[in-house]
Design a protein around this ligand. Sequence first.
Ligand SMILES: [Zn+2]
Length: 384
Amino acid sequence: MRKSSIQHTLALLVATFMFALTAVANGKFVLVIDPGHGGKDAGAIGKVAKEKTINLNVALAFGRMVESGCPGVKVVYTRKSDKFVTLQERAAIANRNHADLFISIHTNAVARGRNVVGTETYTLGIARADENLEVAKRENSVITYEDDYQERYEGFDPNSPESYIIFEFMQDRFMEQSVELARLIQSQYSAHAGRQNKGVKQAGFLVLRETSMPSVLTELGFISSPAEERFLNSKQGQEKLARSLYNGFVKYYKQQSKGGSPVVRQPAPVAETVQPEQPEASAPVQPVELAKPAKQASVKPVFKVQILVSDRKLSAKDARLKGLKNVAYYRDGKQYKYTCGSSSSFQEMQQLRKQLSKRFKGCFVVAFEGDRRVDLDEARRRAK
Ligand SMILES: [Zn+2]
């Protein structure tokens, strides 16, 4: 009798414990680490080192520290080897994994002859200084490695200042958290790695725009400065930078775990973290799956002109929408994308686009089937 009662209690305890374990596993904090560039895109190039390799080494070392130091955190990488990943895919990986935080790791550069050193960490926003815009232009220009980037990024031209106007309308709702993390990382770069702190900044980074969670893009230092390149390319330097990221992350992670105090222990020493650069694996070429034609031929595509993007729903009285007819919006990640006009004729919307482009620089025609945004060329073919 007594024995069975103990057994019963034990079984109950075990069940409770298992349940708690499962709850912890399911409730893991998801950190996405994004080593910038890779494969055919080397990023900034120094005298001896390449940005893509520095970014990857620091990212892997940082990730390993988190894996060993923070059992409550699941680390997801956008790449773990020297391969090319599009900006859109990097953000999609974070969104698919329901990430709680996205950290993109990069290395800075300026034109030859200028000696600039130091670290800076960016959050999404409008560049307040030309030099910040220059960093965003350089990092965003990686999309030109993608064949169909104009369509994929909706006419975004990384080198045209006009393309950046769209960021003026964006007030990221994760801004506060992102800035806090950026601040923590920046202070660790100086405290732990002895780097010059160039501060927390804002600029229009596409990769941050597409993610739906607090996110930062950090620049580890300037590969264009010979002295800083030596540091960035050394094992010791990479380890110090990784540790700075780790320390900054841990402080943020503790702050965010309101009420509970997450388990954080000393991470395992990063002994052999720096892996030699591996050539891009020649993956078998996957056939591109073409969008299947809609089952009902009756669903005709509708064309609209996309005019602006906002992080929140705009009031109908919003000055930016004043005098416009037929305004609508659709959701895309953390953004509300606003359109004007609606017609089954592409030509008609092209006309409207011309009229609107004086007011909304860089506006463009988009296509829908029902509520779903669809490929423009495909829609035009189907509309004929
Ligand atoms: Zn970069």
